[in-house]
Design a protein around this ligand. Structure first.
Ligand code: ADP
Ligand code: MG
Length: 360
């Protein structure tokens, strides 16, 4: 893990590693080189890469479409994000949006803009991560676009999903008294980023330092290699539970609860003592002098799912280790609020990442 974190720095700067200029292959040679190992596994993919457009046949299912754009220097920093991880994560971010609709992800397109700072070997790494994600999550790569950029790397991925119309879960269906449920645990990805940022500063001063990041491996993995919750849709189906509303946690629990409340025209009470935190998160918050509740509320990039279910379904989910009930839906007049351990009610705010430090 430690070695891999800083390999890209050496790939760009180390004159000894093999560097093939992208211009040596030409655009079509490059596309072919990067995509030739991808296999089509979905029945709905009728034609993938190689024509002007891909052809899909979704039969009686509805088609879901979602896209994300990642920009170097804004969404990722290549001094500590290995390109293979970046490719994997770029796919996860999109699949997470499809799963948040209670749908199955089936195809992706990948568009990239790259400068001549990137050798072919760098793009091979990026596509190796994309392929790993596509293989594990069973989505077909069916197209994309390739162009040049003057400086950095841009990646845009579009995901196609399918679902029966009656299975799709929107943000707008939460009802008063519904239970508010979250998958997994929160805050780890944000702390992973804090650890990596800190190590980057150390590395700048002393490139030969060998940081021991073992104790943070869970946090770093959650930041660099998140897993979208493909399993939740089938888990809920098996439990015979259909959420009334659902969203994925990309910007932080606080802002996602506010989105659900906004779209559903309701309020919510979130209980501070119910928020699921990994022990590493609690320990690292102490070390960084951060409030773990603030980190879970505003950290983001957890890619867990947040959903609401009717109270009557409580017995069906109560024993499941993947699911934590963190609150309930109220009438709109109550607003979206955190009930603290001291039983104080505080209005939730959509803060995103940056204000976290300023609040402490
Ligand atoms: P067009 O000129 O019609 O945009 P391209 O020459 O850009 O077509 O692309 C040729 C084929 O390769 C198309 O099927 C396209 O979807 C696919 N493709 C192009 N770039 C990428 C990429 N970066 N990743 C995956 N597929 C790509
Ligand atoms: Mg094109």
């Amino acid at each position: 893990m430690i070695y891999r974190i800083f390999t890209f720095v050496s790939m760009l700067e180390d004159k000894n590693t093999s560097r093939t200029q992208l211009s040596d292959l030409g655009e079509f040679g490059l596309i072919d080189h990067l995509t030739k190992h991808f296999n089509v596994t979905q029945n709905s993919t009728k034609y993938a890469i190689g024509d002007d457009a891909a052809v899909l046949d979704l039969e009686e299912n509805k088609c879901l479409l979602t896209t994300d754009l990642l920009v170097e220097g804004v969404h990722f920093d290549l001094s500590y994000v290995p390109l293979k991880h970046l490719g994997y994560k770029a796919v996860m971010v999109n699949l997470s949006d499809v799963y948040a609709m209670n749908a199955t992800a089936t195809q992706i397109t990948v568009s990239i803009a790259v400068s001549n700072r990137f050798p072919l070997e760098a793009l091979e790494e990026l596509y190796a991560g994309i392929k790993t994600a596509a293989d594990i999550y069973k989505v077909d790569l069916v197209g994309g676009d390739t162009t040049s950029s003057t400086t950095g790397l841009l990646i845009s991925i579009t995901a196609v999903g399918q679902a029966k119309a009656e299975d799709i879960v929107y943000r707008n269906g939460a009802k008063e008294n519904d239970l508010l449920v979250v998958t997994g645990d929160l805050g780890a990805a944000y702390l992973g980023l804090q650890v990596l940022e800190r190590e980057k500063e150390v590395y700048k001063v002393n490139p030969n330092s060998q940081p021991d990041l073992e104790q943070y491996s869970y946090l770093i993995e959650r930041q660099l290699k998140p897993e979208a919750r493909k399993d939740i849709s089938s888990l809920l189906k098996a439990l015979d539970v259909k959420p009334t509303s659902m969203i994925d946690i990309s910007d932080g629990l606080s802002s996602e609860i506010m989105h659900l409340c906004d779209r559903s025209n309701v309020g919510a009470h979130l209980y501070e003592n119910k928020i699921p935190l990994d022990p590493t998160v609690i320990a690292t918050c102490e070390e960084f002098n951060l409030n773990s509740t603030t980190v879970a509320l505003n950290g983001g990039e957890d890619y867990e799912l947040l959903f609401t279910i009717p109270q009557d379904d409580y017995p069906k989910i109560k024993a499941n280790p993947n699911l934590t009930i963190i609150g309930h839906i109220t009438d709109k007049g109550q607003g979206a609020a955190l009930i603290t351990r001291a039983n104080e009610k505080i209005a939730l705010q959509a803060q995103g990442w940056n204000p976290i430090k300023e609040n402490n």
